[in-house]
Design a protein. Structure first.
Length: 329
């Protein structure tokens, strides 16, 4: 089968399309999927740079955390899928290839109203946002959420899920245009951060009458920690999802203790098979119906052919993308 292959860590010149060994034939509860499209994520950029290796058991040279395709064959213990079913899901790596073999409980059914590219733009961002907001942070009706990098794939998914839950989404971005575009998905208010994250603190005070926000979904990282702590309401929850601005920062314990804050981190990629199955089940039960009805929808920035994977990486690294970049396999 053909696959995106990292020949050397570093720049995009280390990416090639190669013939590699086929994905394993499915046995037991495994399903082999013919991949039609795969989402591209910042994790793939980091893997290419040599900074984010795939978990044990997944190919180090073939990136890809999410896919959409059709079931090609199944193991003898599979009960929920048959050949030809349209499915999408997440894996620890290797999704940017023509085939992937995966446990049946790591798959969800693609709604009929989504094409391959739209479906591939869904699993990683909607599952990450849903798990972080509801499973980890326990978001409830009427609360407010601050989403950093609101124009990203996870950001645009989170905005929509916050809105459907009867909560209120605020957002930040380095680009005012992205925030303007994000309004159509339910962004209540926003703040363009040109250089100093402390701008956010004053904006949150204005939006909330000084009360602070209940939840912060931080897709940016270390540079925003101080502003996050100051922006949270009493008993607020801060969840780390990304580290584009770094992964180390100094924390003021007094603020966290005085406000009785909950600070947590999340990563779908590094979870156990059982935890991924649980996240997939919640996604299938609670998010897929919203996609099927059109209440929420994938946001696609640009679609690339597999052979143009270098250009796709450059698109994400330009920081000009809004929503998801997708590869057609």
């Amino acid at each position: 089968m053909r696959a995106v292959f990292i020949t050397s860590f570093g720049g995009v010149e280390g990416l090639e399309i190669r013939d590699v060994a086929d994905a394993p034939a499915p046995t037991a509860d495994r399903v082999r999927v013919r991949v039609r499209a795969a989402g591209l994520n910042r994790a793939d950029i980091l893997q290419r740079l040599g900074r984010y290796p795939a978990p044990a058991g997944y190919p180090q040279e073939i990136p890809g955390l999410e896919f959409a395709g059709e079931v090609e064959s199944i193991g003898n213990e599979v009960r929920n899928w048959k050949a030809g079913d349209r499915v999408f899901g997440i894996v620890g790596g290797g999704a940017q290839a023509e085939y992937v073999t995966i446990a049946e409980n790591h798959l969800a059914r693609i709604p009929e109203n989504l094409d391959w590219a739209e479906a591939a733009a869904v699993p990683e961002v909607f599952m990450t946002a849903h798990d972080a907001l509801f499973t980890q942070c326990g978001l409830t009706i009427g609360e407010n959420v601050l989403i950093h990098a609101a124009g990203s794939g996870v950001g645009t998914a989170a905005i929509q899920l916050v809105r459907t839950a009867g909560a209120f989404a605020y957002g930040t971005s380095r680009t005012a245009d992205k925030l303007e575009r994000a309004k159509r998905f339910g962004l209540t208010a926003s703040c363009a951060v040109d250089s100093d994250p402390m701008q956010v603190v004053e904006a949150v005070k204005e939006w909330t009458g000084g009360a602070g926000v209940n939840v912060i979904l931080d897709l940016v990282g270390a540079a925003y920690l101080k502003a996050n702590l100051l922006s949270l309401a009493t008993k607020g929850r801060l969840i780390f999802v990304g580290t584009t601005s770094g992964s180390k920062a100094e924390i003021d314990y007094a603020i966290a203790m005085g406000k009785r804050l909950k600070i947590m981190g999340t990563s779908l990629r590094t979870r156990s098979a059982e935890e991924k199955a649980t996240a997939t089940r919640f996604f299938a039960q609670q998010v897929v119906p919203l996609l099927a009805s059109g209440v929420v929808r994938p946001v696609i920035d640009k679609i690339f052919e597999m052979k143009d994977v270098r250009a796709a990486h450059e698109r994400i690294e330009s920081n000009e993308s809004f929503g998801k970049v997708v590869l057609m396999m």
